[in-house]
Every structure is written in structure tokens, then in C-alpha cells.
Design a protein around this ligand. Sequence first.
Ligand SMILES: [Zn+2]
Length: 245
Amino acid sequence: MFHQLQYLAALSFVDKRLDELEEDYGDLPVIVKQLQEKLKTQKAMVEETSALLSEIKQFCASSKITLIELKNKEEKLSKQQFLVRNNKEFDAITKEINYLREEHTRLTDRLRTEAVKEENLIKILDAQQKELAEIEEELAEKQEEMEFVASDQNDELIQLKNKRAQLVSFLNKNSLMQYERIRMFHKDAVVKIIRNSCSGCFSSIPPQKIVEIRNNLDHLFFCESCGRILYPEDMIVEEKKLISV
Ligand SMILES: [Zn+2]
């Protein structure tokens, strides 16, 4: 029969190792997340530019057809003009021809500005796509690095997680809650009393309290100075003895 304090101390060891493994990743997880965000933004930009560009292309294509149609109409009307029977008809056709010519000029001008826009957008899209490819490449690189670290520690990680689950199952709700609360301030939430001192902050522990701790291993005692959970020097904490993993 083992005690809460023993399970807690073992859990603290397991968590310490898990923290170390997480540190192996360094700032990789943060970088990967940032790159993923950057990729999303860049993709949206590329999509937006592409949509604008295809809109302009469509406009230019249809405008070119319209220009031909305007010219054809004008030619047809010019031929008709020779066949008119009176001035009134002649004037009406002239008016129409003028309108068609104005339309043609207006559309030609518009087409010219749109062509400049198109040219600029093609350059912008090209730069955006290059940057997108760079981000993708960098992200893939970082993800590969992360996978490398993960595969390196995979076996140990599974073992540690199993151990942790077992240890947690032996702890009562209050012990676990206290432990997790202290973990928010101190990664090593459970520490040994070494030579009558807390090994977390080195403040001394009264001998009377040490005796009390030793006799109540299912009760939690906290360092009055740093708040860590204390356990006596001679207590068995090796998880091999505590759990079957
Ligand atoms: Zn302390």
C-alpha cells in the first residue's frame, strides 16, 4: 500500500521528464503556428489578386469582341449611307455612326487602362505566389523538424503518458488539484526535504514538521516559503515500485 505523497512525488518526476521532452521542440511549435497563419493570409491575398485579374481578363476579352462589333456596325451603316433617299435619313445614320465611333473610342481608352492594370496585377500576383511558395517551403521544413523530434521521443513519450495516467488514477481529487495548482507556479511542484530544508527554495523546515510529514504520507504538507509540496528524504518515490509500467 502506497501513499498519496509517494504517487505525487512520482508524478512530479514523470512531469519533469515530459517538460524536458517538450523543451526539445524549442520554439518550433510557435514558429509552425505563425507560419500556418502567414500561409493562410498569403493564400487569401493570392486568391484575391487572381480573382481581380480574371475579372479584368474577362473584361478585356469581351471588350475586344465589342470593338469588332462596333466597327462592323459602323461599316454597315457607312454603306447604307450611300443608299439613303433623303437628308433626314442621312442625318440619322450619321448620328448613329458618330455614336458608334464615340463608343469605340471610349472602350478603347478603357481597354488601355485595364491593360495597364492587368500588367501590374500580373507582377503583383507573381510576387505573391513566390512568397506563398517560400512560406510553404519553410513550413514544410519546420514541420519535418518537429516530426523528427517527435519520432525521436515517441516511445518514451508513450511510456511516460501511460505512467502518468496510472499515477493520476491513484491520486485523490484533492491531491491532484493541489498538485496542478502548484504546477502553475513551480514546474517541480513536489520536492524532497534535504538536510531539513525545502529543496525547491532552500528554506529550512522545522524538525517537528518533518516528523509530522513522515507520519502522515497521505496528507499534503506545503513549504511555507514557496508553497511546494514536501516529502521526506527517505520516502520511496521510484515509480517502478509504485506502478506496474
Ligand atoms: Zn520551499
